[in-house]
Design a protein around this ligand. Sequence first.
Ligand code: BG6
Length: 461
Amino acid sequence: MTVQYKFPDNFWWGSAASATQMEGAAHEGGKGENIWDHWYKREPNRFFDGVGPETTSDFYYRYKEDIQRMKEIGHNSFRFSISWARLIPGGEGEVNQEAVNFYNDVINELLKYDIEPFVNLYHFDMPKEQQDKGGFENRDVVALFAEYAKQCFDLFGDRVKMWFTFNEPIVPVEGGYLYDFHYPNIVDAQKAFQVAYHTMLASALAISHFRKLDIKGQIGIILNLTPSYPRSQHPADLKAAHRADLFFNRSFLDPAVLGEFPTELIELLKEYEHLPAYKEEDLTVIKENTVDILGVNYYQPRRVKAKDHVPNPDSPFMPDWFFDNYEMPGRKMNPYRGWEIYEKGIYDIMINLKNNYGNIPSFISENGMGVQDEHRFLKDGRIEDDYRINFIKGHLTWLHKAIEEGCHTKGYHLWTFMDNWSWMNAYKNRYGFYSVNLETQERTAKKSAYWFKEVAENNGF
Ligand code: BG6
């Protein structure tokens, strides 16, 4: 392969996944219930095709063969999450030894194949008992999360060098407290801001434990940074895009990297009486415990326009001072998922990190193309996903340009290793390098898996 786009030495090539989405064994191995197990029991019909978190690719039992497959397709790194409810059923108290054994085995197996384990501590999966106490609405849960993080550092920090506190902290806020697509299905802006604030405090507190333990590694957070593009250069549209950025990106990015919330955000929250409860000393914890590295998840941009004052029934939290989403005519769409494809967005994110966030080291922790009914692309027993190859190529080309212009980008992880269960969407959209037959648990590499192997081996394409 002639390599036109060469990436820096030791670039991370791999994929990402999460505990609830791939482990299975939802009620086995001493695991406690999390909000997904609970919500599915309560409202199975909310989930696509009525499929819940018990139906997964069974990584809990098949991790050895899966890790071998990772090696086969050239991975040098893999991100997974620890299930809080598996490690500490109920979220506080005794550690579950079966879970310790499982995660130890996964880590050791990855290391055996020279695959760097990237461990994320929280991927949308609050233990049910803690959610009953309010989840991150409740200040006590902040300390419990940090305690759980400390346990993980103690147990696995001798081998794991790459740690992340949260994946996409905005999502449980939007889903659980504004737009009703995650448990606890509350629609209450005040609670949403409290949860967002406590999540960032919990992240900083976990980082403070990490630093005290003097773990030889790095700790970061994974954010879905969504560039906001205005409909036009009209001041009202520009202001709308600015606010979208402030709420959906900077509420998390600024405290994580700069150690403080944007003043403008605080002023707006005060003005609209949504300022969350906080203690002065929290701000020191946040200030002193910023991240070493940032994981960036990027799927699609946000197109924004000024509010047109027509109530939008699909958007319960879109007050007048906010913005409206804008369906830009002619935008390129993923025809199989309904999300926009805008490859340059990945470059814009990186340039922003370089210019405004001290060029913090970062990597693409998720990027990927979901496809409904992907079996229609099956040919001679394997999925011919040229559309995914083109999608990855397009994004990598812009990422490469960002790196050439001095951005400190250290890797690229696809979402995801094998088709997995995705919250309310269950198995609607498939993203994996491998397809999975859920009846037989047979895995089959898609065309993109072989292509990616070459990219990893050549450190470029
Ligand atoms: C990401 C999440 O935002 O999107 C993943 O981190 C999720 O957990 C992925 O599975 C894909 O989402 P969907 O809705 O297309 O299945």
